[in-house]
Each structure stands twice: as C-alpha cells, then as structure tokens.
Design a protein around this ligand. Sequence first.
Ligand code: ZN
Length: 283
Amino acid sequence: MKRILSSLAAAILSFAAMGAASAATPDVRMYRLDCGHMTLGDKSMLSDEGLYKGQSYDIVMSCYLIKHGDDWLLWDAGLPEKYLKGPLVEGTFTTRLDRTIVQQLADLGLRPADIGYVAVSHAHFDHSGQVDAFPNATLIIQRAELDAMADTRTAAERYIDASLYRTHIAGKTLTRVKVVDGDVDLFGDGTLKTIATPGHTPGSMALLVRLARSGNYVLSGDQWHFTENHHRHQVPTWNYDHDQTIRSGRKLDDVIARTHATLVIQHEPVDNAKLPKLPGFLD
Ligand SMILES: [Zn+2]
C-alpha cells in the first residue's frame, strides 16, 4: 500500500512538474512579413574584393513578427513608407514597398498598439523604416548601434535617414528603449536571444529563435546578404568594419552549428520563400 501511495505521489509530482514546465514555456510563433523589394543595379557593392562586376541583383526586405506568450515582438521594421509610391530609383537602387507592416498586421487581427517590442538588427533605413508606427512598442537595440546613431559623424556616413530615429536619441521616447549589450536572452526563458554581430554596422545583431515544433532559427540581420556571400565570406563595400564582419560571421556560423538552427538570410529571396506566407506561421 505504501509503495502504491509513493508511486502515486511520484506520478502526481511528475505531472505537476510537466504542468510547471509547460506553463514556463510560452507559445512562440514566427511570421514572415513582406517588407519590400530592391534591385541592386550594381551587385559589386556586395563584395569589397571586387566580385560581381557588371551584375544586378534582386533582394527582398523582410520583417518577422514573433508571438511570445501574450507579447508581440517585431524583428526589423522594413522600408520607410515613402517606398509605397515606388518603385523609387535612388542611385543604383530601385526600391518598392507593396504593403506596410501595419496593413499586414491587420490580416492577423492585430493593431499597431498590440506590438510591445520592436527589435532592430541594425539601424539602416531598410530595417528601421517603420519603427515609429507602433505607439506602445519598446525599441530593442544594441548599445553600440544606439551610440553610433547618436554620433553625428557616423550617422551622416552610415545611416541613410538618421532623422527617423532622432526622437529616440533625443530622449523624448528614451524610456521606451531597451538597450542590449551583446548576447541577451530577451525573455529569460531561452526562446529569443540576441547574438551581437558587429561589422556591418557598429551594433548589428542577429536573433536566435527557439520554436517548440519547428526547431531553432537564426534571423541573421545583414551579416550576409545572400547565400553565396555567406559561403564565400564576402563583405559589402559599405560595411563599417571588414575584419569585425568576418569575425561575426564565424561566431554566427558557430551558433548555428551548435543549436542546429536554420539560417534565414533576411535579404535572400530563397530563404524567405521557404517560410510560410501570412497568415501562416512557424511554431
Ligand atoms: Zn539590409
């Protein structure tokens, strides 16, 4: 009898532990949003070793909406809305945006005010363009990136439309900025982790997403712009620091290998075509 009771107690305890475990691991889902398209008239910009001369190349702009329990986090904020009038030709870039992030969120029954966090891989215009469309969101950004944005010399050189972010830097909305340093577990449960990858810009980062059924994914920001550049370790001519970029690439490859993650190169059409279309998602 005693043995039956103790095994019953063990069963109850293990059931309670399972309950606790499932309560501690929130529902995490990842959606891919279409955040624009660009033709690079001069693909050789993507290699500071002089590859791709005379070629043009089509890339996609991507944002990712992540549901973490009751919270919604947007990873990257796409092109500015001015490209809705596109395609706009600027130098060798031809750029268009078909729908805003807010319009795509409406497909999921979400309002801009529902987005609690907007995390940017870096502050370039094609990753931060709609960051101000979310009135309740806390901006998540690496400290090095925020510092670089505040540095007017770097801002003028490195950021195409620094005025977009000035409200955040000026302190007006600074309480809604969560500054991260390096590799940070955003919710403390291992599901979403920033991976610092400086080099493309001073404070570039990637995101490791752990999904219960679909496995691990790495959203790689602009560490690489397309698959071949990843394999050949090419660095774009406009990157902030060549050697840092190479080091960050090795670091990210190591994270991907250790976590058996699927790499998503955010500008690579092939990688993004493999993800479900809205309202589909990975979980
Ligand atoms: Zn980019």
